[in-house]
Design a protein around this ligand. Structure first.
Ligand code: FAD
Length: 322
């Protein structure tokens, strides 16, 4: 067999939104290369039927009791069996925390590398070049994978759009891998999980981000209130996190998280390249800045030139009334 295998991610029946972005990328790659596309979802039980609503050649649910709790060993063993069986040319994964954990391990099972955090691919005939960012996003580098298969690739949040997914239907097949508890070295009492305080901003649909324009820590709740009124995640530029005004896991940018929400509202953020690289994949960018020449307006879809201390409370009030 050959083709493209897209590995998706869910937890307790709730999809990670990057799963659908990766599926969209898989469909596009499949169309451009003329290859079949299969999607895989793993867990104790999985919402595999959801994937059957898309134009795919197959949906494979990899289910086992030992996959109820995520462990790199368990997932790697289960997926390695599937990859060995299907022998895909390309394995696409979303660049989530879990994939950062098990992705390289899975690739090395096949003596391959994981091309991680890829932002685009370009097809030329039957060869594919994958683009990654270098030097805080100042340069894009094009990577051709070493000869042979499979090529393992993880895709950055927002690199491909879930809205471009083509609906259709696909047969669902359930596989129960042969997994033994002895294959899993992680202790059950210390499973992989993001730290209790960690926030996965890459899964957020709405983000309100605050920058140094907020002036001091005591003013941060002003923006937090707007985020809460909108039901948005609160994020920040680096100086805010460096100052300890918000925790590090709320930082967006080259040394923080990469996000691609439906709406990204940047409040008092200038738009330095290191910040832009983490959020420019957002579907709609709204900026509030008192400086009309701030670079953030170059990437913004909507801009409000004004004092955030006037604009933000007015917005919060309007949202609460709506
Ligand atoms: P500033 O650049 O100081 O901008 C503040 C903005 O607020 C200005 O545009 C100003 O006009 C506006 N403002 C001021 N008062 C008001 C007001 N009352 N109302 C409305 N607007 C107002 N940065 C990141 O964000 N994320 C990263 O991951 C990151 N990684 C980095 C990695 C490296 C190696 C380096 C060197 C830098 C990195 N930076 C990162 C820092 C980055 O270069 C910028 O310094 C930072 O993004 C600036 O943050 P800011 O926009 O909040 O602050």
């Amino acid at each position: 067999m050959s083709g493209i295998l897209v590995i998706t991610e869910q937890s307790g029946g709730v999809w990670h939104k990057m799963s659908f972005e990766t599926l969209a990328a898989g469909q596009q790659l499949g169309r451009e290369l003329g290859l079949p596309v299969r999607a895989c979802v793993f867990g104790k039980s999985t919402p595999s039927a959801d994937l059957a609503a898309y134009q795919l050649d197959a949906v494979i649910a990899v289910e086992h009791d030992l996959l109820e709790q995520y462990t790199a060993d368990g997932v790697t063993a289960a997926l390695a069996g599937l990859v060995k069986d299907l022998q895909p040319d390309y394995v696409l994964l979303p660049h989530t925390y879990q994939v950062r954990d098990f992705g390289p391990k899975l690739a090395t099972r096949f003596e391959r590398v994981l091309l991680s955090d890829v932002i685009a691919f370009k097809v030329d005939g039957q060869s594919v070049a994958f683009e990654r960012q270098l030097f805080q996003g100042k340069l894009n580098a094009s990577y051709a994978s070493a000869a042979g298969a499979p090529v393992f690739v993880s895709l950055q949040a927002g690199a491909y759009r879930a809205e471009t997914l083509v609906a259709g239907s696909a047969p669902v097949e359930t596989r129960n891998p042969l997994l033994e508890a002895s294959q899993i070295r992680q202790k059950p009492e210390a499973p992989f999980r993001e730290s209790a305080r960690a926030v996965d901003l890459s899964a957020a649909e709405l983000i309100v981000a605050v920058g140094r324009g907020i002036k001091e820590e005591g003013n941060v709740p002003l923006v937090q209130e707007l985020a809460e009124a909108l039901g948005a995640e609160l994020a920040a530029s680096r100086p805010i996190c460096d100052s300890g005004w918000l925790p590090m896991e709320r930082q967006v940018g080259s040394s923080g998280q990469t996000v691609a929400p439906k709406v990204y509202l940047a409040v008092g953020i200038s738009g330095a390249i290191q910040h832009l690289v983490g959020m420019k994949g957002s579907k709609c960018i709204v900026a509030i800045n008192k400086d009309a020449a701030a670079p953030i307006f170059e990437v913004a879809d909507y801009g409000i030139v004004g004092d955030l201390f006037e604009v933000v409370p007015a917005l919060t009030e309007a949202v609460k009334k709506a």
